[in-house]
Design a protein around this ligand. Structure first.
Ligand SMILES: [Zn+2]
Length: 112
């Protein structure tokens, strides 16, 4: 899962460096207002924790899918249809990512 917000002047994504899985976690870690620095135009902005959005990390998901496919085809050769269980692993991981992303985005901190 990747956390990001949009730059107000150039609309580009600003990635937030945090391992927080939920919005309250992010608030605990960074406080209610985050100071972000746009790498594209250099603008420094203050963002409320509610302005941070999450999206699933598609690179990791793709990697999981590729590894899952390779593993399945190798194991299929030795074990047959039972190898398809291995293919379910990246799918479970993907589902878990989607769930985490959705719950992050739907949970808002009460603004003071
Ligand atoms: Zn910018």
């Amino acid at each position: 899962m990747k956390l990001y917000t949009n730059c107000q002047s150039c609309k580009k994504d600003i990635v937030i460096k945090s391992s927080a899985q939920t919005r309250p976690d992010l608030q605990m870690e960074k406080g209610e207002e985050l100071t972000v620095n746009c790498l594209n135009c250099g603008k420094v902005e203050k963002k409320h924790v509610n302005d941070i959005k999450a999206k699933s990390n598609s690179f990791i998901l793709l990697l999981g899918l590729v590894i899952g496919t390779i593993m399945t085809s190798i194991l299929w050769f030795f074990y047959g249809a039972i190898a398809s269980i291995v293919f379910a692993i990246p799918l479970v991981f993907w589902q878990q990512q989607m769930k985490a992303t959705k719950s992050f985005n739907s949970y808002m901190i009460r603004r003071k």
